[in-house]
Each structure stands twice: as structure tokens, then as C-alpha cells.
Write a protein that binds this ligand. Structure first.
Ligand code: ADP
Length: 637
């Protein structure tokens, strides 16, 4: 076969694939450069690997690099490497003749033969587009190559129109050069012979590639005199070879070789945060699921963490080449604040989000990353953990509802201030450990701020019994507790809903008050659904509570504030039968069931309950008048 120039036809599938790539990726043109650089980097990897067993293979050409050469006049772009290269047979085999395994099946499945234009970038994402992507921007592609250890080179050329030529070629240096005769650019197209276009594409897609990607650039420099000092203000234009990529892919290093400073620098680079990270995880996995990852927990929440378009912090790479940012397929919503990089060499560069979602490898990685993050949080010393918790708890706690599999682990990481914790955070484990043997449930109360919660009348009876109550001030707590339902087999019980069951029921007293309460109930029918003796109160006269399955007052407030329709729900007016005010009202009632004052008192008791939970009165002047009446001794008759 070797010898003079030969013309071959592309395999039908190859030509079809090529047409699809060109058709479907015309709005992502720049990815051709990422693909060719990635191929060059693979070729350098292969050479380096081979040189470990074959010390002569490098020869004198040891400076491994990828070079990009632009020619504005000729409208060409060249990508060359001094990697492993290809023999004549390898070129025939790799480029143009044999389509990758699965190509035919893929083309059939997407109906490509009939309608190549219907193939979207998402579909093509199942497929490595690789070398053929050159034809997105080039009207002619010339590849010259010489395999390491071989004397002869070869030259391959095609206009992407169904055929290619191949011939022997005297290439002076080892490796592969791909020359693109660029299509004439439309006026909005990127100019791939422009220095800054190339710089920014390399920075975006290939920054961490392990080999220098160099390019000649024109620089203005001072003219130097014989002693090497700048001569007056004279300048001259010179060509310098510059490295465009940083190459600093610290996730590929061994864990022990990465210093704190390097972590900080890298974290700041990917997160745009000024602060150092709070903690990091560095993983390198080999075997069936091969990937490496570095994850960071930031020390401060960004101010837009709660906004809807908040970006996920994970960047996805394959063999150091950037694939996508905000990779939410790798980190659940409740850990969206985790920043970092995952490098999975088995993913193809053009993979789409749709495909990632279904990919078993990706699901596996995600599962493991979540496990590692939860382990890291669980192992943090208290002070560090509390720093994390203060910044991110309001997002993290949603994990209880979002991540069924890890619900228990997340529950272990919850912290609350309590009526007995003196402003300190308490874990559910600690709470349960100090429950008295006859306390059945875990008590909690939700509301806007700690002070009003701590002073809530609903807690009076619990305090009297010396029972600790968790104080919850995050909207998300409502959902978290509902979905958690119990911890270490102890049910969560709201201190403001239902009966507390702390004391034995005093049925006699209940009886005594029942007619008075019926009277109140009739009077307040518009405001409350029931009036009953309180199991919550000790000092206050009245409070409002919900049924066991009702929405809490705080939840109702949150939902209303967020503009949601909340079905009107009436609460229960609870009254304290030991309170002197109630005892006196009862006396009036017994004397004269029709007494005018009674109506006012029923409204007054309701208002007292509203005030005691920091609510708003519908008629403050009425309330004031009643207070006046009371101090005037009106009730003391
Ligand atoms: P992929 O890179 O996904 O295998 P490509 O179509 O990009 O698919 O390339 C096909 C093959 O051609 C590669 O697997 C490699 O063997 C060979 N090849 C491509 N570019 C180079 C290069 N710069 N140097 C050496 N071999 C290359």
C-alpha cells in the first residue's frame, strides 16, 4: 500500500458522522481546538509512557509540548505535537477508515442517514467527536505525522468530501502536525487566526493540560544597548514563544504533595472567592470507576447562594480537559456550595448533561462524593463545623428532604439552639442523651427569632417540667423535621401544636369550665376553631395553638410572605385555668351569663394570645381600652 499518493474513500459511517458533527456543532465551533489539543496531549502521554520502558525513544527531542501556529495571510491554523505519532498503517486505521465501535448503531438510532440536520449537540454528546471536529472550521485538513522510532513519515489530506489522500512524507520531526485551511469566516464568526481568540479558548478548555501549549506572539520590547540596558525610549517588535496554559492540575498530584497554599490558590482560582477554603477532600480512585477529584467547603457563603440561578460548584474534566462547569449531576442541590473539580478520564469531551444524568459512572461518582462530603463534615472539630453550619446550614438542612439515602447521616449533623443550651448548638444525639427517662418525644418550636421563641407562652409548661425544647428559626427546619419525623426512635413533637400530655387530665376542672368555654367559642367562632384548657401554659393566660397536623404559625407566615396561597386555617385558643384573670371571668359568668362585659373579655383573651406570640392585633385600641378597664378594677367586682 505504501509508496505513491493514494486516494481512499471514507467509510460511509465516517462520512455520515462527519456531516453530523459539522451540522450539529456549528454553534460550538471552538470545540475543535479542544479536541485536537486533547488528541495531542494523549499522544504525548503515550510517548511518555513508552519512554519508561524504552529509554531511546525520546532521542534528543525531549521538550514535550503542543504548538499552535497561526497564519493570518494564508488563513491557516496548525496544531502540532512531538508525541507518539502514527505510522502509515495507523493513519489509515485511525483516521477515515474505521469509525469508532458503535458508530453505525448510533447513526441508525438517531436516524442520521435520513436527516443529519436533526442531530443536536446533546445527541452527539454520546460520542467523542475528536479529530473530525476539525472539519467544523476547516475546508481542508492536512495531517503529517511520524511515529516515534520510525524513519518514515506520512501525509494525509482531505477536504471532508468523502475521500482522502495518503502518501509517504519526509517529516523531519517526531509527532503529528495538523494544518487547517480555515473556511472563510462570516462576519460574526470567531477568527481562529487571532491571538486573543486562541488564548481565550485554550484558557477556557485546556488550561490544565499537562504539557505546555505554546504559541508565537508578537511583543513590543525596549531596544537594549550593548550592556543590556534599555536604549532611550526605543522599542522593537519581536516574536516570542509563550505558554498559554497554566498546567497546574493539582488533582492529578498525590494527596501528600499538595500544600495548603496550593489548595488555597487553586480554590481561589476556581471559586473566585478571596477567602481560603474551610476544608478540602482530595480523591484519586482507580479500578472500575476511575476518577480524581478535589472538593472544597468554602469558609463563607457567597451572597447569592440562595438565588435561583446559583451555580453548582463542580467543574467536570476528562484527562485535564475542561468539559463543563456547574455540574449538578455530580453534587445534589443541598451541597451546591461545595466547589471543586472532578476528572473522569472515561467520559468523552462532548458529553451532554442529558447523557450525564443517565450515566452509571457519573451516578457512582456522585454517590461517592456525597458520602465523602458527609464524612468530612462529621469528622470536623466543633469550632470548624460550627463555622460551616452558620454559613451553610440553611441550604444543607434541605438534604433531609432531598436525600433519602443519607437522611440519618444528615440528621446527625443537624444542630439547634435550645431552651437549655445557653446559646450553644446542640446535636440531636446530645438532646436525646439528656432526655429524662419519662420524656417520650423530642420537643421543638419554630419561629422567626430565638428571643421570641425562648419566651413563647407555648413553652411555659415544658419549662416548668424542665424539658428541653429545640428552637428552630430557619424556614427549612419545618420541612426537615416533617421529613425526618423521628430521631433515634423518638418522635418530633411541636410545642405549639396539639396537647402536650404532660400532666394527668383534670376532668373535673374541664367540666367546670365547659359552659364558659362554649360561650367563648360561640363568640369567637370567626377567629378560632376551638377553645380549650391549655396543656402548654403556666404563667400566661392565653395562647393559640394548632392541631397536630396543622401548619405551624411560622410556616403559614413564610408561605404568605413568599406569595403562596395559604388556605385560611383557624387555630385553637388555649386558656390557662389557673390564671387569676380566668378565675375572675368565670365568676362573672356564673353570676350573670348574659353580662355585657363577657363578650369583651372573650375578645380580650384572644388578643392576649395574639400579643403573647408577637402577632399583630386587628384592633389595638380595643385592647388598650380593656387593659384600662382591668387596671381600673372593673374586673374586681
Ligand atoms: P479519539 O481521540 O476519541 O480516539 P479521534 O478521532 O480524535 O478519536 O482520533 C482517532 C485516533 O487517531 C486516536 O485514538 C489516536 O490513535 C489517533 N490520533 C489522533 N490525533 C493524534 C495525534 N495528534 N497523535 C497521534 N495519534 C493521534
Amino acid at each position: 500500500m505504501e509508496g505513491k499518493k493514494q486516494t481512499h474513500q471514507f467509510k460511509t459511517e465516517v462520512q455520515q458522522l462527519m456531516n453530523i458533527i459539522i451540522n450539529s456543532l456549528y454553534s460550538h465551533k471552538e470545540i475543535f481546538l479542544r479536541e485536537l489539543v486533547s488528541n495531542a496531549s494523549d499522544a504525548l502521554d503515550k510517548l511518555r509512557f513508552k519512554s519508561q520502558t524504552d529509554s531511546h525513544i525520546m532521542g534528543t527531542d525531549v521538550d514535550m509540548k503542543i504548538k499552535i501556529t497561526r497564519d493570518k495571510k494564508k488563513n491557516t491554523l496548525e496544531i502540532s505535537d512531538n508525541g507518539i505519532g502514527m505510522t502509515y498503517d495507523e493513519v489509515v486505521e485511525n483516521i477515515g477508515t474505521i469509525a469508532k465501535s458503535g458508530t453505525a448503531g448510533f447513526l441508525d438510532a438517531v436516524g442520521a442517514a435520513k436527516n443529519p440536520g436533526a442531530v443536536t449537540p446533546e445527541l452527539i454528546g454520546q460520542f467523542g467527536v475528536g479529530f473530525y471536529s476539525a472539519f467544523i472550521v476547516a475546508k481542508k485538513v492536512t495531517l503529517t505525522t511520524r511515529a516515534a522510532g520510525s524513519e518514515k513519515g506520512c501525509r494525509w489530506e482531505s477536504a471532508g468530501d468523502g475521500s482522502y489522500t495518503i502518501e509517504e512524507f519526509d517529516k523531519k520531526t517526531r509527532g503529528t502536525t495538523i494544518t487547517l485551511q480555515l473556511k472563510k469566516a462570516d462576519k460574526d464568526d470567531q477568527d481562529f487566526t487571532d491571538e486573543w481568540t486562541i488564548r481565550s479558548i485554550i484558557k477556557r478548555h485546556s488550561d490544565f493540560v499537562a504539557y505546555p501549549i505554546v504559541m508565537d506572539v508578537e511583543k513590543t520590547e525596549p531596544v537594549l544597548d550593548a550592556e543590556g540596558k534599555p536604549e532611550n525610549d526605543k522599542t522593537t517588535k519581536v516574536i516570542r514563544e509563550e505558554t498559554l496554559n497554566s498546567m497546574k492540575a493539582i488533582w492529578t498530584k498525590d494527596k501528600k504533595d499538595v500544600s495548603e497554599e496550593e489548595h488555597s490558590e487553586f480554590y481561589q482560582h476556581i471559586s473566585h472567592d478571596w477567602n481560603p477554603p474551610l476544608a478540602n477532600i482530595h480523591l484519586k480512585l482507580e479500578g472500575t470507576t476511575e476518577y480524581s477529584a478535589i472538593l472544597y467547603i468554602p469558609s463563607k457563603a457567597p451572597f447569592d447562594l440562595f438565588s435561583h440561578d446559583q451555580k453548582h460548584g463542580i467543574q467536570l474534566y476528562s484527562k485535564r480537559v475542561f468539559i463543563m462547569e456547574n455540574c449538578k449531576e455530580l453534587m445534589p442541590q443541598y451541597l451546591a456550595f461545595v466547589k471543586g473539580v472532578v476528572d473522569a478520564p472515561d467520559l468523552n469531551l462532548n458529553v451532554s448533561r442529558e447523557i450525564l444524568q443517565q450515566d452509571a459512572l457519573v451516578r457512582n461518582i456522585k454517590k461517592n462524593l456525597v458520602k465523602k462530603v458527609l464524612e468530612l463534615l462529621a469528622s470536623m472539630e466543633q469550632e470548624k463545623y460550627e463555622t460551616f453550619y452558620k454559613e451553610f446550614a440553611y441550604i444543607f438542612k434541605a438534604g433531609v428532604s432531598q436525600d433519602f439515602e443519607n437522611k440519618e447521616k444528615i440528621a446527625d449533623l443537624l444542630r439547634y439552639k435550645t431552651t437549655k443550651s445557653d446559646g450553644k448548638w446542640v446535636s440531636l444525639k446530645d438532646y436525646v442523651a439528656r432526655m429524662s427517662p419519662d420524656q417520650k418525644d423530642i420537643y421543638y418550636i419554630t419561629g422567626e427569632n430565638l428571643t421570641s421563641l425562648a419566651n413563647s407562652p407555648h413553652l411555659e409548661a415544658l419549662k416548668e417540667k424542665d424539658i428541653e425544647v429545640l428552637l428552630m428559626t430557619d424556614p427549612v427546619d419545618e420541612w426537615a423535621i416533617r421529613d425526618l419525623h423521628e430521631f433515634e426512635k423518638k418522635t418530633f413533637k411541636s410545642a405549639e401544636k396539639g396537647d402536650l400530655d404532660l400532666d394527668k387530665k383534670d376532668d373535673k376542672k374541664k367540666e367546670e369550665y365547659s359552659t364558659l368555654f362554649d360561650f367563648f367559642k360561640a363568640n369567637l367562632a370567626e377567629k378560632v376553631k376551638d377553645v380549650k384548657l391549655s396543656t402548654h401554659l403556666k404563667n400566661s393566660v392565653a395562647c393559640l395553638s394548632g392541631g397536630d397536623y396543622d401548619m405551624s404559625a411560622y410556616m403559614e407566615k413564610i408561605l404568605k410572605a413568599s406569595g403562596q396561597e395559604v388556605p385560611p386555617s383557624k387555630r385553637v385558643l388555649e386558656l390557662n385555668m389557673d390564671h387569676p384573670l380566668l378565675v375572675k371571668i368565670k365568676k362573672i359568668f356564673e353570676k350573670d351569663k348574659e353580662a355585657d362585659a363577657l363578650k369583651d373579655y372573650s375578645t380580650f383573651l384572644y388578643d392576649m394570645a395574639v400579643v403573647s406570640e408577637g402577632g399583630k392585633l386587628d384592633d389595638p385600641s380595643r385592647f388598650n381600652k380593656m387593659i384600662g378597664n382591668l387596671t381600673d378594677g372593673a374586673i374586681a367586682q
